[in-house]
Design a protein around this ligand. Structure first.
Ligand code: SAH
Length: 419
C-alpha cells in the first residue's frame, strides 16, 4: 500500500511539473520519505535517515515525510527535525502538490476522503498495476495503529476501480494487485442499489476486463472469508491461486484479546476449505509473537497452526507496542528476550517446512508472467501461485506468460527453463 501511495505521489507531482526519479541523493531536488508505523523500528529509523539526507542533500533540496508515521507524529516531526519541509499523512496523498511548496506544511487529517479522487497515472512496473479498492480500516485489532493513521474504511466506487484497471491494461499491464487493509470487507458501507457490490462481485466484474489475465489482492481478513468468496477464489481462472490469511496468533484467547473476531478453529476451517477447494493454492500468513500475556501454551497453539496449515510464506514479527492502541496498556507485556526466542523457533520451523515444500517443486512446470529484467541476462517473474522465478532470457520475455520448468530450487526462488 505504501508503494502504491508513493506511485500516486509521483503521478500527482508530475501533473504539476515533470519529476524524474534519481538514485543519487546529491542530484535530488525533492526527497520524500514515505513511512510505515506498524512497528516501532521504522519510526526510529526515520529520524536517523532525515539526518543523513539533510547532511548529503543538494543545497536547497526539500525533504518531505509522508505516510503513517507522518499521520501520527504530525508537526512533532518538524519540531524534532526542522530540516523537514513538509509532513503529509497517509490519508492525504492527493495533497502532495499543495504541501510541496509550503514551508513546514502539515496535512494529516485522518478523516480526509480521497476515495473518489482521480489520481494521476504512474506505475513503477509497466507490466503490472496496483489499484486501491478501499482506504482506511474499520477493525479494532488491539495491537494495530493503522486505523489511527489511515482513518475509517471507505470503499472506492467499483466503476472507478474498473476504469483504473482498464487504463492500466490498455497501457501494458496484464496483472493487477488490488489493495486494501481488509479487501474482502469491500463495499460494506455501500447503501444505494446502484452502489451495492461486495468483494466477490467486484472480483467478478474485474475479471470481465479484456486483456487482464491475472488478479491478485491483499490483504483479505480471515473473518470475511465466506464460502462464496472462497468458491470464487478457487474457480475464477483469472484469480491467482495465492492467498494471504493473516493468523496473528494460534491461541483463541489471545485472538480474543487482539479482537480479531475468529478462533483458532475458525481459522483452521478456512484454511482447510482453501486447501480442499483449491489444492494448488499457496497460503501466506502474518504472525505476531510476544503479544501481552502470551504463555508458552499460547505460543504452542501458534506452532500447531503452522504445523497444520504449512504456510508457503510467513511474515512474522515480535509484538511492538504502538501509540493509539489498546494493547500498549495491557498488563503482562512479554520480555523481549522471550519474544525473540519464540520468533527464532517459529521461523526455524517454518524454514524446515518451506524447504520440504520447495524441494518438491523440482521439475514442476508453472505459467510464469515475466515482468523484470535482471543483471547477467536473467529475467524474473512470478508463477500464478506467487513463486519467484528466474530464467535466462532477454527483454523479449517481458510482459509474456510462458510455461517454465523448474531446474533449481532454493528457499526464496526457483530457477527454470522455458518449455
Ligand atoms: N490489515 C492488515 C494488517 C496490516 S499490518 C491485515 O489485517 O492483514 C501488517 C502486519 O503487521 C499485521 O498483519 C501484523 O502481523 C503486523 N503488525 C501489526 N501491528 C503490529 C504490532 N503492533 N507489532 C507487531 N506486528 C504488528
Amino acid at each position: 500500500m505504501n508503494v502504491r501511495d508513493s506511485e500516486h505521489m509521483i503521478a500527482e507531482l508530475n501533473k504539476k511539473e515533470p519529476y524524474e526519479l534519481t538514485v543519487e541523493l546529491s542530484d535530488a531536488d525533492l526527497i520524500i520519505i514515505n513511512t510505515c508505523s506498524v512497528r516501532e523500528k521504522p519510526v526510529a529509523k526515520l529520524f536517523s535517515e532525515i539526518g543523513v539526507f539533510n547532511k548529503h542533500k543538494k543545497e536547497g533540496a526539500k525533504i518531505g515525510v509522508t505516510g503513517c508515521t507522518a499521520s501520527h507524529l504530525g508537526k512533532d516531526i518538524i519540531k524534532r527535525a526542522p530540516a523537514v519541509d513538509f509532513v503529509l499523512g497517509a490519508r492525504n496523498v492527493s495533497k502532495i502538490t499543495e504541501v510541496v511548496d509550503k514551508k513546514h506544511a502539515v496535512e494529516i487529517a485522518t478523516d480526509f476522503d480521497e476515495s473518489s479522487y482521480d489520481f494521476g497515472e504512474y506505475r513503477s512496473n509497466p507490466f503490472k498495476a496496483m489499484v486501491n479498492i478501499s482506504i482506511g480500516c474499520d477493525k479494532t485489532c488491539t495491537f494495530c495503529i493503522v486505523p489511527a493513521t489511515r482513518g475509517e474504511e471507505i470503499s472506492i466506487p467499483s466503476e472507478l476501480i474498473i476504469s483504473e484497471i482498464t487504463k492500466a491494461v490498455n497501457t501494458g499491464a496484464k496483472e493487477v494487485m488490488l489493495l486494501g487493509q481488509n479487501v474482502n470487507n469491500y463495499g460494506r458501507r455501500f447503501g444505494t442499489s446502484e452502489e451495492v457490490c461486495d468483494f466477490t462481485q467486484l472480483l467478478q466484474k474485474i475479471s470481465l476486463i479484456d486483456g487482464l489475465e491475472r488478479i491478485r489482492f491483499t490483504s483479505p481478513h480471515p473473518l470475511h472469508m465466506d464460502d462464496t468468496f472462497l468458491h470464487e477464489f478457487a474457480t475464477n481462472p483469472k484469480i491467482c491461486k495465492q492467498i494471504h490469511v493473516p493468523l496473528q496468533s494460534g491461541s483463541t484467547s489471545l485472538l480474543k484479546a487482539m479482537k480479531r473476531g475468529y478462533t483458532k478453529e475458525n481459522f483452521l476451517n478456512r484454511c482447510a476449505k482453501i486447501r480442499n477447494l483449491c489444492p494448488e493454492a499457496t497460503i501466506s500468513t502474518d504472525i505476531i509473537v510476544g503479544f501481552p500475556s502470551e504463555s508458552d501454551a499460547d505460543f504452542e497453539e501458534t506452532m500447531d497452526v503452522l504445523e497444520q496449515v504449512r504456510f508457503e510464506q510467513l511474515f512474522s514479527f515480535k509484538y511492538s507496542p504502538r501509540p493509539h492502541t489498546e494493547a500498549a496498556d495491557f498488563d503482562n507485556q512479554i520480555d523481549n528476550a522471550l519474544s525473540g526466542a519464540r520468533l527464532t523457533k517459529l521461523q526455524a520451523r517454518h524454514t524446515e517446512i518451506l524447504d520440504e515444500i520447495m524441494v518438491k517443486q523440482m521439475g514442476a512446470v508453472h505459467k510464469v508472467y515475466f515482468d523484470e529484467l535482471k543483471a547477467n541476462g536473467r529475467v524474473s517473474g512470478r508463477s500464478d501461485d506467487g513463486k519467484l522465478f528466474f530464467v535466462e532470457g532477454s527483454e523479449e520475455l517481458l510482459g509474456k506468460i510462458v510455461d517454465v520448468k523448474v531446474t533449481k530450487v532454493s528457499r526464496g526462488a526457483l530457477d527454470g527453463v522455458l518449455v
